[in-house]
Design a protein around this ligand. Structure first.
Ligand code: PLP
Length: 441
């Protein structure tokens, strides 16, 4: 058991104590420096200790830290929503604020359901999502997620959700199958699933535009989301894009789904919204969803104590203003190319690196026992956990994970450094990562 009173993620091991942050660096109580190569869990988009974000939070706290939304709105929440709506895909009309990613998913699922009820479709109740996905750890979000390991022991508590295949080209596109044929196959699976459930009974299809926490930055192939959107439209099913990890500029555009040329009905965001300065997330809702509720019951039957928290909104507003002012999306694209080029140069021919992929500063490394057969390592080796320990020993934070591949664990490493990372820091990131992989093997 750990010797502290904090209920840590591990009850066997107390993590180092973080005491200070500066840009892409975190420092522990022993004075060791860690390059934040994963932004924590794809959170710290501006790096640590940004003076302007701190100042914005201080100013808000000095005026008003919090006001309950059952009584008041605040200027800062209104300004943040206005900015987010203006930057969101066309047709987005409102931002519903929550405290994080799981809460955003819960709110989106309930919004979808209430929309169905208020538009005279109360029979719509089935959710369809994808295997090897992650949408959060609360019970609704966990039910929608398709990470077998995270779900296993809680399965009896989870609502029934139908899971279809992810779009995972490296593993699942058959040899000789074109991208278009692969999209056809996945489209047919979704179509068949809707038909089997009764297409007028399906409520929503939930997917991450770039899969994060189960597969390590796997984007869909060209045309996949366009096809999924067409099928959802044909059956009156809402499309919920979960951009909690891949959104807010992380993939090189404000929303990852912009690169697919479609508009979801609801988009969930969190992590990079507040950049780690405060816990905050949101559901970005299209006008038709909000209008239906406005015309119907006139309210959304949901709500948490901390929704629209003024200090959290102040932090998020400052983060998003800085991203726009400093043109950081262009920087994400540029440094993202630099990161991929370095990964290719250093790990592209590595015998145990099967795939390098991702978008912007959201990239993944898939480790394999055999490059030719793409066979994963024996899950008992817990290679991803060993890479994490080896990386920390080398002063690097990266986000390794074991996803399930055909019922087996695969080892992936997610990289999501702050948007402000320099060329020299990218060199250090990839050097340390390559060293850590070899240490762990
Ligand atoms: N959705 C996605 C795509 C995520 O990656 C995560 C967290 O990693 C969540 C939802 C849950 O977010 P949170 O941990 O803030 O509840």
């Amino acid at each position: 058991m750990t010797d502290t009173r904090v209920f840590h993620r591990s009850l066997r091991h107390t993590p180092s104590t973080a005491v200070r942050g500066d840009g892409v660096w975190l420092f522990d109580s022993n004075g060791r420096a860690y390059l934040d190569g994963s932004g924590g869990a794809a959170v710290s988009c501006l790096g640590h200790n940004h003076p302007e974000v701190r100042a914005a939070m201080h100013a808000q706290i000095d005026a008003l830290a919090y006001a309950h939304t059952g009584f008041f709105t605040t200027e800062v929440a209104e300004r943040l929503a206005e900015r987010l709506v203006a930057e969101a895909p066309a047709g987005t009309s409102h931002a519903y604020f929550v405290s994080g990613g799981s809460e955003a998913i819960e709110a989106a699922l309930k919004m979808a359901r209430q929309y169905a009820v208020e538009t005279g479709q109360p029979q719509r109740q089935y959710l369809v999502a994808r295997r090897q996905s992650y949408h959060g750890n609360t019970l609704g979000a966990l039910a929608v997620g398709g990470n077998a390991w995270r779900r296993a022991q809680f399965a009896p508590l989870l609502v029934d959700v139908t899971h279809v295949s992810p779009c995972y080209e490296y593993r699942d596109r058959h040899e000789g199958e074109s991208v278009a044929q692969y999209v056809d196959r996945l489209g047919q699976e979704l179509e068949d699933t809707f038909q089997r459930l009764g297409s007028d009974k399906v409520l929503a299809f939930v997917a991450e535009p770039v899969v994060g926490a189960t597969l390590g930055a796997v984007p869909a192939v060209q045309g996949y989301f366009r096809r999924m959107r067409e099928i959802c439209d044909r059956h009156g099913v809402l499309l919920i894009a979960d951009e909690v990890m891949c959104g807010m500029g992380r993939s090189g555009t404000r929303y990852a789904i912009e690169q697919e040329g479609i508009t979801p009905d609801l988009i969930t965001i969190a992590k990079g919204l507040g950049g780690g300065y405060q816990p905050i997330g949101a559901v970005m809702a299209q006008g038709h969803i909000v209008d239906a509720m406005a015309r119907g019951s006139g309210f959304f039957q949901h709500g948490h104590t901390y929704l629209g928290h003024a200090t959290a909104c102040a932090a998020a507003l400052a983060v998003q203003e800085i991203i726009a002012r400093d043109d950081l999306l262009a920087r994400v694209r540029r440094q993202g190319e630099g990161l991929m080029a370095r990964l290719q140069a250093r790990l592209g021919e590595h015998p145990n690196v099967g795939d390098l992929r991702g978008r912007g500063l959201f990239q993944g490394v898939e480790l394999v026992a055999d490059r030719a057969t793409r066979a994963p390592f024996d899950p008992a080796r817990q290679l991803h956990a060993r890479v994490k320990r080896a990386a920390m020993a080398r002063g690097l934070m990266c986000y390794p994970m074991g996803g399930t591949i055909d019922g087996r664990q695969g080892d992936h490493i997610l990289l999501a450094p702050p948007f402000i990372i320099s060329d020299d820091e990218l060199d250090q990131l990839v050097d340390r990562l390559a060293g850590a992989i070899d240490d762990a093997l």
